[in-house]
Design a protein around this ligand. Structure first.
Ligand code: B12
Ligand code: SF4
Length: 427
């Protein structure tokens, strides 16, 4: 019998590995903390293994876990609830818990919707899951555990928020040994690393700043190097992806990290994500010398009016200047856009398209606005509208196609579906 089984649900009902598939690092962090507290833990990685429900049932029956923990996004929330039902049906003795950016802000709604879910974990999970497992194992009351929402008879109880972990350097490295990293490496060629959490900006559509309460915490360059060295000793890896939302928020930290990469003659390449205004030419040169191959940035819209309206706090001119430097240095550029932002009009969409043409990124991602719980955009909507939108949007990933001709060097060609809105604008 294992203490905790953590499940990464698939994104779609038919479990297939999509082009972009990274290991569930959040679950690996939770597992590492549980192991450090001497609990036994297993991760079921449904997307990677294309596990079907029958196999899941079998696995749960065999392991008989004390706790079954699910993670989910807004996009696979209803699927996560379905898996919770299956798990509860198969092994009702187990306590079913769920965490992640969606349920952190839809905690009561989640417990009212699904009787299979026993406890919602809000916010950062490492300390909470360890305390909770101790409580459940020793039959202690749940109300002493900060950061949870749970059902007490017919009443939904909510304990106070848990403060964020003050020093991320103290966290154990993610328990990658519980995941099939070699499969991920074979499919993506890169290993993901998280070097900071949160973002202090206040873009109205973004659930990251909401989730981490507009804060930003980071690991030290030395701590990051230790994880990189550990990974290189354990896996055949020569490319890393820093999954932070704003890797270069502290430019001095990144400069120090690059110096370490350069001085230690590291021979690997890496990608990161950041904002245009957290970069400058000298840092970019250093990043390039230190192996930076690709930078992703959320540009969102080519219309300054739209950017200002959603609190992006960045100028298109700034984006243009920095992306030119990135390209001049030979670093690949991935730009992320959102359509359907408040008051966005056809002329704004045209500006977005011409910005894409002008910046010539190697790759783009264009997604329809999703109303993530906890974001200013979701909170500001009138209740009825919110009710209509619902967050339970199975398969709501509607990446739209932008003609290849618009994107010189369009690398991956994975923006397959098409949107009539964009089609009419570009035909
Ligand atoms: C890397 C990343 C990806 C990668 C890898 C995803 C993966 N397998 O982990 C890729 C590129 C594949 C990806 C894809 C998508 N992503 Co993504 N992704 C991220 C990113 C940048 C980092 C995730 C991460 O590892 N964070 C670090 C860990 C430590 O944090 P965490 O995962 O949140 O986990 C902590 C807590 O949430 C909590 N917790 C989480 N789950 C659980 C479960 C239990 C039981 C407990 C106790 C606690 C707990 O404890 C963890 C440790 O503290 C985040 C932004 C962000 N900063 O979080 C977006 C983010 C999570 N992604 C998002 C979205 C929407 C998606 C997609 C749906 C996009 C799309 N349209 O296709 C897909 C879905 C993929 C899938 N298979 O389900 C949104 C989710 C918003 C929301 N409210 O749901 C985010 C927040 C980005 C954003 N700005 O909106 N993503
Ligand atoms: S969109 Fe990017 S910059 Fe804006 S709040 Fe989210 S993570 Fe921060």
């Amino acid at each position: 019998m294992v203490d905790v089984i953590l499940i990464s649900p698939p994104l779609h009902e038919e479990v297939t590995l999509k082009e972009e598939c990274f290991a569930p690092l959040g679950l690996a962090y939770l597992a590492a903390s549980l192991e450090a507290s001497n609990f036994s833990v297993k991760i079921i990685d449904m997307p990677l293994t294309s596990m079907d429900y029958a196999s899941l049932r079998k696995e749960l029956k065999r392991e008989r876990p004390l706790i079954i923990g699910l993670t989910c996004y807004t996009q696979n929330y209803s699927l996560a609830l379905k898996i919770a039902e299956i798990a509860k049906g198969e092994y009702p003795e187990s306590t079913i818990i769920i965490g992640g950016p969606h349920v952190t802000f839809a905690d009561s709604e989640c417990l009212s919707t699904s009787k299979a879910v026993d406890i919602v974990i809000r916010g950062e999970g490492e300390e909470t899951i360890c305390e909770l497992t101790r409580c459940i194992k020793h039959n202690r009351p749940l109300n002493i555990v900060k950061g949870i929402t749970y059902r007490q008879g017919y009443i939904i109880e909510k304990t106070p928020d848990r403060p964020f972990i003050s020093d991320l350097n103290l966290l154990s490295f993610p328990a990658r040994h519980l995941l099939n990293i070699d499969d991920y490496l074979a499919k993506t060629g890169t290993l993901t690393i998280s070097t900071s959490r949160g973002c202090p900006y206040t873009c109205m559509f973004c659930s990251v700043s909401a989730m981490w309460n507009h804060s930003w915490r980071s690991r030290s360059p030395q701590n990051i190097i230790s994880e990189i060295n550990w990974s290189r000793n354990n896996y055949k890896v020569n490319h890393f992806t820093f999954i932070d939302d704003i890797f270069t928020f502290d430019m001095e930290r990144v400069s120090q990290l690059c110096s370490l990469f350069i001085n230690q003659n590291f021979d690997f390449a890496w990608n990161c994500t950041t904002r245009a205004d957290r970069l400058n030419e000298s840092l970019l040169k250093k990043m390039s010398d230190a192996g930076c191959m690709r930078i992703a940035m959320g540009v969102e819209s080519g219309s300054q009016r739209v950017l200002d309206a959603v609190g992006k706090s960045i100028s298109i001119e700034n984006i243009k200047t920095i992306t030119k430097t990135i390209k001049d240095l030979g670093i690949e550029l991935k730009l992320n856009f959102i359509y359907g932002l408040p008051n966005e009009k056809e002329e704004d969409l045209r500006k977005t398209l011409s910005l894409i043409q002008e910046l010539e990124p190697e790759e783009i991602s264009v997604q329809e606005l999703t109303f993530f719980p906890g974001t200013a955009i979701a909170t500001a909507l009138p209740n009825q509208e919110l009710e209509n939108t619902r967050f339970i949007v199975e398969d709501s990933i509607r990446e739209i196609g932008i003609p290849k001709s618009l994107c010189v060097g369009y690398a991956l060609g994975n923006h397959r579906s098409s949107s009539s809105k964009y089609k009419s604008l570009t035909s």
